[in-house]
Design a protein around this ligand. Structure first.
Ligand SMILES: *Cc1c(COP(=O)(O)O)cnc(C)c1O
Length: 416
């Protein structure tokens, strides 16, 4: 592509273009960080007002029933299910990815222990998002039964890393830094052939790429709602468990919301049948209610249409950076192959942190990830082709004029 007009023409022909109006977009910014925190759905402010003023303000305690609060984790789970190839009653929206990983890893280790106690190994990737690894490390220490975490450095090492000692393989479907996407059906098959269980983290997949958990015959999955699903800052995560494992699950965080009859106030824990046993305690209703606003936008389209535009946006971004910024030291770290790419694109630059701060100061909001990575997320529901063009022109300007060298761009905030 050589002109801005060509990008405008792609937007005019875009079947998803109208969905942009479903979002309250920031003024005077090109937002390429929906892979980290999705933008607010236009309906969210009114929904928050209703929950706070009417459901909480007027309804008060009655709203657990009358406003459907108590049922919300299950109801939203059912609404989210089609986006990840899950069935009715297989998903609940609750807690955080970190907390849910603790529950699922515990369940997987318990299940394997009952089948084959020599399976003491959790396999994951060194490049995984750190909290996933930290939770595994904490659980291993807590169990104190000789479990071990083995990290591989490249997906090609996986077959050799799996043996008759492997209990569970915990993999993030789309890598948070590089955007590398694993082949979920093929890896799940391999993991099962080795007698292990497959736990998938869908943080950068749900709402970003088509996922078919049941089609892949996966065992467990987690994901969050505040990235591509636009649920809001800190909105609760989700848990999926294949139906065959649901009642084989023993939940270490055996709180009352996972009880079969929580209001019997029985002194003995008895887990609910099915996915309800993954709940623990009282959920943040104001935040959880807003998750629905994001999910409702997805009902107006489908993941195939979203994927098609996502690949077109990332292809265009890569093409433009490589053609219009070619004199600068930018190295693509995202796979070019469509089958291996999620919905963001990352480039390394020796001064990546400073370059990103300079871009943000110019209203192009991406983010920075260690080491040296400029990360740009593409969210087909609200990102336009012309945004891609304008973002690359701004990047070119920041690099050509070296505005990133200004001292204020070297200062690091608590969140990068
Ligand atoms: C964003 C992300 C998380 C975040 O975990 P929380 O517990 O919800 O803060 C975890 N894992 C991956 C792979 C992520 O991308």
């Amino acid at each position: 592509m050589n002109t801005r007009e060509e990008a405008v023409a792609l937007d005019s022909a875009d079947p998803l273009a109208a969905l942009r109006d479903e979002f309250a977009l920031p003024t005077a910014a090109i937002y390429l960080d929906g892979n980290s925190l999705g933008v607010a759905p236009a309906a969210a402010a009114q929904r928050a007002q209703t929950v706070i003023a009417a459901e909480w303000g007027e309804g008060l305690i009655r709203s657990w029933n009358s406003a459907g609060w108590f049922a919300l984790p299950r109801r939203l789970g059912n609404k989210l299910a089609p986006l990840i190839g899950a069935n009715e009653n297989e998903v609940v929206v609750t807690d955080t990815i970190s907390v849910n990983l603790f529950k699922l890893l515990s369940a997987a280790l318990r299940l394997q222990d009952s089948r084959d106690p020599k399976r003491r190994l959790i396999v994951s990737e060194r490049s995984n998002f750190p909290t996933d690894l930290y939770i595994a490390q904490g659980l291993i220490e807590q169990l104190d039964r000789g479990y071990e975490l083995r990290l591989i450095d490249d997906p090609s090492e996986l077959p050799a890393a799996l043996g008759d000692d492997t209990a569970v393989v915990m993999i993030t479907h789309v890598n948070y830094r590089t955007g590398y996407m694993h082949d979920m059906p093929a890896l799940t098959k391999l993991i099962h052939e080795k007698g292990a269980l497959a736990l998938w983290d869908l943080a950068h997949s749900a709402g970003a790429v088509p996922v078919d958990l049941n089609g892949a015959n996966a065992d467990y999955a987690v994901g969050c709602t505040y990235k591509y699903l636009n649920g809001g800052p800190g909105s609760p995560a989700f848990v999926w468990v294949a139906e065959r494992h649901q009642n084989a699950f023993s939940q270490p965080l055996s709180g009352w919301w996972g009880h079969r009859a929580p209001f019997e106030m029985n002194p003995t824990y008895r887990p609910d049948d099915g996915v309800g046993r993954f709940l623990c305690g009282t959920q943040p209703m104001v935040s959880m209610a807003l998750v629905e606003c994001g999910l409702d936008v997805f009902l107006q389209t489908d993941m195939q249409a979203i994927r098609k535009k996502s690949l077109a946006l990332t292809d265009l971004f890569i093409e433009l950076v490589e053609s219009r910024c070619k004199e600068f030291p930018l190295t693509l770290v995202t796979p070019r192959e469509h089958a291996k790419r999620g919905s963001h694109a990352s480039f390394e630059h020796p001064n990546g942190y400073e370059v990103m701060q300079a871009l943000i100061a110019r209203g192009v909001i991406g983010d920075y990830r260690e080491p040296h990575v400029l990360r740009f997320g593409f969210t087909p529901l609200y990102t336009r082709y012309v945004d891609v063009w304008d973002a690359v022109e701004t990047l070119r300007d920041v690099l050509a004029n070296e505005t990133w060298r200004a001292p204020e761009f070297a200062t690091r905030g608590a969140v990068t």
